[in-house]
Design a protein around this ligand. Structure first.
Ligand code: G1P
Length: 305
């Protein structure tokens, strides 16, 4: 039996130009969804999927993320002295949930190049890649009497769904989502045969094709399970779409060999790489927040003319 996969690589070196000017001083991954930064949702999903080691592929000006996941002795002392034990427990738990390792990407040459920077940490092991722009709420909800209720059973985080598929298929597994054909140029696109409901054996992958050239309208969402052998391919990889070293081009090699699958995951997905997606994620999580979801719903209703 193969070893459980316990490492996830999170590329977080980007400039966040779509969020300028705020990203002049705040990393895009630290922008909040309700009361915590975007990156916290992705790390929580990783941990709930059995991941123990998080590798941040980071860059200059992005140390706020490392601070967020570190212990903060001065803050902990202050909270203890103030008797704020709930907050203290929460602040401590953030640093305890996983080991966080960071490596730097010295120049931005594309997603494939970013993932390659994690090679010295990951070694030959199979691992996951999670793109923090993609936030997926895998919790299951039901609406009743105008209020949202969480169903206690059935929550499987998106990465957990991919890892479960991977135990059966091996090779490469990517998350898939159907998108309008006009949008294919924004994503990696997969085509192949449906081998079971929601599971595609992928034989072609293309990065950002024009709608008329796209082999399907199933896009890759930023969750991947990858074999350690991918690093060898990435080292030899020539620049592809938009002149960058693309992860999708290396994955296409596995697809060509019949060693790649796609999983249409369940869960609410938000692309927080653009302001509208981040706003939608904020509304979604605010309305479901255990402490102030109801108040948020009332505030939204009251603000309407
Ligand atoms: C990256 C990948 C692309 C994938 C997308 C998902 O693109 O290259 O294949 O579909 O993430 O978010 P980017 O968003 O970095 O342009």
């Amino acid at each position: 039996m193969s070893q459980p996969i316990t490492t996830a690589v999170l590329p977080v070196a980007g400039w966040g130009t779509r969020f300028l000017p705020v990203t002049k001083a705040v990393p895009k991954e630290m922008l909040p969804i309700v009361d915590r930064p975007c990156i916290a949702y992705v790390v929580a999903e990783a941990v709930a999927s059995g991941i123990e080691h998080i590798v941040l592929v980071t860059a200059r000006g992005k140390t706020a993320m490392e601070d967020y996941f570190d212990r903060s002795p001065a803050l902990e002392l202050a909270l203890e002295a103030a008797g704020k034990s709930d907050l203290l427990a929460e602040v401590r738990a953030i640093a305890r949930q996983a080991s966080i390792i960071s490596v730097r990407q010295h120049e931005q040459r594309g997603l494939g190049h970013a993932v390659l920077q994690a090679a010295p940490v990951v070694g030959e092991n199979d691992f996951c890649v999670m793109l923090p722009d993609d936030i997926v709420d895998g919790r299951v909800w039901r609406e009743e009497g105008g209020a949202l209720h969480r169903l206690p059973s059935g929550d499987v985080p998106a990465l957990g769904q991919l890892l479960a598929a991977r135990r059966e298929t091996g090779g490469v597994v990517v998350a898939l989502k159907e998108v309008p054909r006009a949008d294919t140029r924004r994503y990696g696109i997969c085509a192949g045969d449906w081998v079971s409901p929601g599971r595609m054996k992928v034989d072609r992958m293309v990065e950002k094709p024009k709608p008329e050239e796209a082999p399907s309208n199933f896009s890759i969402v930023g969750r991947y399970v990858l074999p350690g052998s991918i690093f060898e391919l990435l080292r030899a990889q020539a620049p592809g779409a938009i002149g960058e070293i693309q992860l999708t081009d290396a994955l296409a090699v596995y697809a060509g060999r019949g060693e790649a699958h796609g999983v249409v995951f369940s869960g609410a997905h938000f692309d927080t790489g653009n302001p509208v997606g981040l706003l939608a994620a904020n509304l979604h999580y605010a309305l479901r927040h255990p402490a102030f979801g109801e108040a948020a719903a009332i505030a939204v209703r009251r603000s309407l003319p």
